[in-house]
Design a protein around this ligand. Structure first.
Ligand SMILES: [Fe+2]
Ligand SMILES: [Fe+2]
Length: 284
């Protein structure tokens, strides 16, 4: 016998509204698991993407736990990598970045309508990979006897998300191409300090993360260029204009040119960074 459901099948859920639901999730482990599951469901064709749909913003984004306590960046002290406690503080800071990165990727999925399907698939993939990074760092943190939330953290990443809420071009310029790209620059010296302290397990995590992050910046570059081409505007000049307009953090060397080249930055921009790095180098 036919059931009511088989005559009027339930519409499949939309990946963009699911991304918004996951963004409101407050429990980090549940958020990470749901972000990974959503990407799998979309790849399997079980959840579809409706690009045209425009969704209302619920209050209280993003969903996050009560801890960590969020403080101004200058209140976060630096610790030595030589002590396990110092490394736990570093792993916690990285876990916090990844937790925010899950939120940033999910936000790109639900907030911006009328983009090509590939845009949503790319950012769902990023959300799933950020969730994986968060899980790896949380597991390593547990080996130090700590959990996400044990130390204070700063809120700079979500702040840029808020500032660029109304403009997908600015979001692509300033989140993946600026903040995530800064992660590419920051990774090798942090990795070296962990290695120097004999913490090979944590250093190995940074290798996995750097490899994936190059892919995230590449995705940011792809969509930034797509939007610039569509509008008939120059990539490099538009980036400079937007970073000025939105008060993006000033770029500081040393830059990871190899990773940035792999992540799709063009020679003109790499040359501009090389010039900046030379200017910033203290004269001897
Ligand atoms: Fe990440
Ligand atoms: Fe990322």
């Amino acid at each position: 016998m036919l059931s009511a459901d088989s005559i009027h099948p339930q519409p499949t859920r939309c990946a963009r509204s699911e991304a918004l639901d996951i963004l409101t999730e407050r429990v980090p482990a549940a958020k990470a698991a749901a972000a990974q599951a959503l990407y799998m469901h979309v790849l399997a064709g079980e959840t579809r993407v409706s690009a045209q749909r425009s969704l209302d913003e619920p209050p209280g984004l993003p969903g996050r736990p009560e801890r960590p306590e969020l403080v101004e960046p200058r209140k976060l002290g630096r610790r030595s990598m030589q002590s396990p406690e110092g490394r736990a503080v570093l792993l916690h800071a990285l876990a916090h970045i990844e937790f925010n990165a899950i939120n940033l990727a999910l936000d790109a999925v639900w907030r911006f309508s009328d983009m090509p399907d590939a845009f949503y698939l790319d950012w769902l993939k990023v959300a799933a990979e950020e969730a994986h990074h968060f899980s790896l760092l949380s597991a390593r943190l547990a080996e130090f006897g700590h959990a996400y939330g044990d130390f204070p953290a700063h809120d700079g990443l979500w702040d840029m998300c808020e500032r660029t809420r109304g403009d997908v071009l600015a979001r692509m310029a300033l989140v993946p191409r600026t903040l995530e790209a800064r992660g590419l620059d920051a990774s090798p010296p942090i990795r070296a300090r962990l290695q120097q302290a004999g913490d090979h397990a944590s250093a190995a995590l940074l290798d996995v993360i750097l490899r994936d992050e190059i892919g995230h910046v590449l995705i940011g570059n792809r969509w930034f260029r797509h939007l610039c081409d569509k509008a008939g505007i120059d990539v490099h000049q538009t980036y400079l204009r937007l970073s000025d307009e939105y008060h993006a953090p000033k770029l500081r060397g040393p830059f990871n040119f190899e990773a940035r080249r792999d992540a799709g930055f063009e020679e003109e921009e790499l040359a501009a960074l090389a010039g900046l790095e030379a200017q910033q180098r203290p004269s001897d």
